[in-house]
Design a protein. Structure first.
Length: 642
């Protein structure tokens, strides 16, 4: 042994003169770096799908009317080559580039043109795709070519025609390339936004390793990876229950994410979406919002929530966005490419887990959303509860509901003719209620209560009250089925379903009165309001919260519109047409979705199969049976205390 504890080191070595104790201290100091930091190479894909390639080259080179390229034109147009309708596809590991081609050879004498040759067909050019790692330029080198007539039969062109093709068409196609350096440069600016500000030095070191990988030609796209070496860190154990301050920060991050989700969806405004695409957009929005509320209520919210929702929604939204946005970004295709490259880069970093410290942060979301704008203006990503007409239309809800009537930003009002009391303490109001759009006020504008008073249950006139409520619900159901053209055989069923749903949700109540105050009915977790218990957070942008709270007609119309969406767009479309659900089962599955979201369609049918129902399933079933029997007097027992 060449050293002993505490003695000077006698052997010649780089640490000569250091004590062993000092060496131990040095080792302990360096241990986290050597033992904990593991270098990994992250692969961030750049995907150039073939619709993008077509849009890119049409915009750059096929600039004549009708998306036509003209590699040759002389003799006042008498001799001319035209290319149009470029199409890209894979052939083994090569790229096949197909064009319509038309060749005219003629003479022009004294302004009179004479056609000598007029040939039309197709030309295919097979190319090898390469990338220059120094310039980040994607090039296409010709490997083979083929010519076909209009019937797609192989032909051999006459020497004169083939000479023109070699002289003018091939050089024209050879000059096509794509400069990826702007995308790589923007990526370098985007990646630091995914990490805490105090991590910038470490991130800059990673960015120094950024480089392009090899190109591959797949069946649907050309792909190449941006490679970056990253160092992982030890994962900190997260507390089981975050503090109030941590939860507030996580909720704010989620709100930024939700605003970004709406912005993404809204970028499709004006596109011809299929019914399935609209359904997928709505599903994604509803499920992410329900997931947030559930985590918040159960106090299980953590920093992984937004990341998980990003991954799940990305799988659904990306194909829709790619399909439609490529048309819109024909004049700025690199914006399109940057948006999807950044999104893919974030997803790739997420796969490494929290050990690299990546996260979804507002600055990153704003930068992502920026590239959804052709002019690259930065969006505000405002988390607003105002009705968004474009979002309603895009998701298939049509114009906003009529919100004329009582609507004010209060949680309670003074009841006239009774002594005013102090504000009623309510332990059920969750500590996170301040995230919902609300404010306390005890005075309403003069005359505003007049339209509210008839809808406050009173023991002396319950029969009249219930008759009026029933009429409001049935009228809203009729308007909805007529507006949305619900099949006639389902219309009586839907009216029963609406009455039973309203009974289950609120016992036909919009308002409550206690201690000289009037409040709108609110759910135990303070998220759903009114007679139809419409969730303000889940349906943000679709309905106006103030009207949901204080306008009973608006609340009922909104709830029944949602109910009809679940019936027509989900239950009737998803059930097996060879084995359709009977009306009773249909009612139960639609209510399950109304109560728990689109995913409840399959979940309830599984519960129904095994007869293992939720309490809410059983309670609704009781109300539905009573509704079918017309026993509306049973609602009386739910209105005690008035």
């Amino acid at each position: 042994m060449w050293w002993s504890l505490g003695e000077p080191v006698m052997h010649s070595n780089p640490f000569k003169g250091m004590t062993v104790r000092a060496l131990w201290l040095l080792a302990l100091f360096l241990w986290p770096k050597f033992a904990w930091a593991a270098t990994e190479t992250v692969h961030m894909p750049i995907t150039l799908d073939y619709s993008f390639l077509r849009s890119f080259f049409v915009n750059r080179s096929y600039t004549q009317p009708g998306e036509i390229a003209v590699p040759l034109e002389k003799d006042h147009g008498s001799t001319k080559i035209q290319l149009w309708d470029p199409q890209f596809s894979a052939e083994d590991s090569l790229l096949k580039f197909d064009n319509h081609i038309k060749i005219n050879i003629g003479k022009s004498l004294f302004g009179i043109r004479t056609n000598l040759v007029d040939w039309e067909g197709y030309i295919e050019v097979v190319r090898k795709v390469t990338v220059d790692p120094q310039t980040s330029r994607l090039s296409f080198q010709m490997v083979d070519s083929r010519v076909y007539n209009q019937k797609r039969e192989p032909v051999i062109l006459a020497t004169s025609l083939w000479s023109l093709v070699k002289t003018h068409v091939f050089p024209f196609l050879d000059q096509m390339s794509i400069d990826l350096s702007p995308t790589v440069r923007e990526l370098k600016g985007f990646l630091p936004l995914l990490f805490p500000a105090n991590d910038r030095v470490r991130i800059e070191q990673w960015l120094d390793t950024l480089r392009l990988g090899k190109v591959r030609v797949d069946q649907d796209a050309i792909r190449l990876d941006v490679l970056m070496d990253v160092e992982s860190q030890p994962q900190m154990k997260e507390a089981a229950k975050p503090s109030l301050q941590e939860t507030e920060g996580l909720a704010k991050t989620w709100q930024d994410w939700d605003a970004y989700s709406v912005y993404q969806i809204q970028s499709l405004t004006g596109e011809s979406l299929t019914a399935d695409e609209r359904g997928n957009l709505l599903d994604t929005l509803l499920e992410t919002r329900r997931g947030f509320l559930q985590a918040l209520a159960e106090k299980t919210i953590n920093r992984d929530l937004v990341g998980e929702q990003f991954k799940e929604s990305r799988q659904i939204l990306t194909p829709i966005l790619r399909k439609h946005l490529v048309k819109r970004f024909s004049k700025s295709p690199l914006n399109y490419l940057a948006f999807f490259t950044f999104s893919d880069a974030l997803a790739a970093l997420q796969k490494l887990g929290p050990t690299v410290g990546v996260g979804i942060r507002r600055d990153g979301l704003v930068r992502l959303a920026k590239f959804l704008n052709i002019d690259q203006t930065e969006p505000a990503l405002e988390y607003s509860y105002a009705v968004n007409p474009d979002l309603r239309s895009l998701l298939g809800f049509g114009p906003p509901l009529d919100d004329s009537g009582p609507a004010f930003d209060t949680q309670e009002l003074d009841f006239p003719g009774e002594n005013k009391a102090e504000k009623i303490p309510d332990s059920a109001w969750f500590w996170w209620i301040f995230w919902l759009p609300s404010a306390y006020a005890s005075e309403a504008p003069p005359g505003e209560l007049a339209s509210i008073l008839p809808w406050i249950p009173n023991q002396d006139s319950l029969k009249t009250y219930l008759d009026q409520i029933k009429q409001v619900i049935e009228q809203a159901a009729t308007e909805t089925v007529m507006k949305n053209k619900v099949e006639e055989k389902y219309q009586p069923f839907f009216r029963l379903l609406a009455l039973a749903t309203a009974w289950q949700e609120s016992c036909w109540r919009q308002f409550m009165k206690a201690e000289g105050k009037v409040r709108y009915v609110v759910s135990y977790n303070q998220t759903s309001v009114g007679l139809m218990q419409v969730n303000e957070c889940i349906w943000r942008g679709i309905y106006r919260p103030e009207s949901l709270r204080w306008n009973i007609q608006y609340n009922v119309l909104a709830g029944i519109e949602i109910l009809e969406q679940y019936l027509a767009r989900y239950a009737l479309r998803k059930m097996d047409p060879q084995n359709p659900l009977d009306f009773d089962t249909l009612a139960r599955v639609v209510y399950a979705m109304y109560n728990g979201g689109p995913s409840e369609f399959k979940k309830f049918l599984n519960r129904h199969l095994t007869k293992t129902y939720y309490k809410s399933d059983e309670l609704f079933w009781q109300k539905y049976i009573l509704t079918k029997q017309g026993q509306f007097d049973k609602v009386f027992s739910s209105l005690t205390g008035y």
